[in-house]
Design a protein around this ligand. Structure first.
Ligand code: ADP
Ligand code: MG
Length: 330
């Protein structure tokens, strides 16, 4: 069945089922002119939005609608995590070609609902319009954070350790495998492709790092080089990173034997890893454990005087690391 045969209101009726996963904070969800929410007293409110455009940010050739729905929420949850907060509510605006199947939309929303259930986030509204171009999905997410736990980009101090969670570069290698096709036979490819299609936002670790004294933090959406430069310029400091310390997965290294991409380029410029990069003073950092953070993490460098991000290579040669991630208008 096509959307044009059920119409805007018919579609909303189908999609609005089962959208509240943390009812304590909602007075009115989907169905009125505006959602009515009950914020936690004395918490700061966070708000972030991300727009995904077909054939700019994703292609239906390599993703299932359910995976697309999951990821369209995940990227915003990750922004909230990078502030030390927890996502609470989402509104979803979509522009859809009238020829789209209703089942496609149901599956897209299944993916959104899956991640919202996982992270106890409510879908409390949205907007549905038609387009004669490609699919556009805009997700806005609100979150909450205790003021003492808020982490901004601007707090890095000279002498702090720079660290990242997890491993870097998996997502962009996953994208390369998807674009090349015929990756299913390689066991190493699965975690890389999964990292690209359905990233797991690090909400628990982000909150704990906030509590445990992270002085600055970013989620890695545009690549480590770009995120690091953002922290350096917001904090008015320099950063020195060591190439040999960058955490790379064995799957990424295995993939480089079959795909003509360097693991280092994936790690520095690939983007969409949705890991967290953070700074912390050495005394606080020495108290962190994998258990207390909730995931693996690795020290990759330190905050220094200056304003540039420097990378020391294997031979100890230094070079300036420029932000070279994806930029829409270049
Ligand atoms: P209004 O005309 O008052 O803006 P709409 O008819 O556009 O209301 O929407 C009706 C209800 O459905 C509202 O609560 C709105 O937030 C919600 N809604 C509309 N589109 C979506 C969507 N794509 N996803 C989730 N909720 C939606
Ligand atoms: Mg409307």
């Amino acid at each position: 069945m096509k959307i044009k045969s059920v119409g805007e209101f018919g579609l909303i009726d189908i999609l609005k089922e089962d959208t509240i996963y943390h009812p304590a904070n909602v007075v009115v969800g989907i169905g009125d002119d505006a959602a009515v929410l009950l914020p936690t007293p004395r918490h700061l409110q966070l708000m972030t939005t991300d727009m995904l455009v077909e054939n700019v940010h994703f292609t239906m050739k390599t993703t299932l609608p359910q995976q697309l729905g999951y990821k369209s929420m995940a990227v915003s949850f990750s922004d909230i995590a990078a502030m030390g907060g927890k996502p609470c509510h989402a509104v979803v605006s979509i522009a859809i070609p009238p020829e789209t199947d209703v089942d496609f939309m149901i599956n897209l929303y299944q993916g959104m609902k899956e991640i919202c259930r996982e992270y106890a986030v409510n879908i409390v509204g949205g907007d549905t319009v038609s387009t004669h171009h490609e699919l556009v999905i805009n997700v806005t997410v609100t979150g909450e954070v205790d003021a003492a736990q808020l982490v901004r980009r601007a707090g890095a101090q000279v002498g702090d350790i720079v660290a990242v969670t997890g491993t870097l570069g998996n997502s962009s290698m996953g994208l390369a495998l998807l674009s090349k096709g015929q990756w299913e036979d390689y066991p190493f490819a699965w975690p890389l492709v999964t990292a690209h299609l359905t990233p797991k936002p690090l909400v628990g670790p982000g909150q704990r790092l906030g509590k445990m004294g992270a002085t600055s933090m970013n989620d890695i959406s545009d690549g480590l080089a770009s995120e690091m430069n953002e922290i350096a310029s917001a904090s008015k400091v320099g950063v020195r990173l060591e190439q040999t310390k960058l955490p790379l997965s064995k799957e990424l290294l295995e993939a480089t034997e079959r795909i003509d991409l360097s693991a280092l380029d994936c790690a520095l410029y690939g983007g969409e890893d949705y890991q967290l990069v953070f700074t912390m003073n050495p005394a606080d950092f020495s108290c962190l454990t994998e258990e207390s953070v909730g995931c693996a993490f690795t020290a990759i460098g330190e905050v220094v005087e200056g304003e540039e991000v420097i990378l020391l290579d294997k031979e100890g040669q230094s070079s300036v690391l420029k932000p070279r991630g994806f930029n829409h208008f270049c």
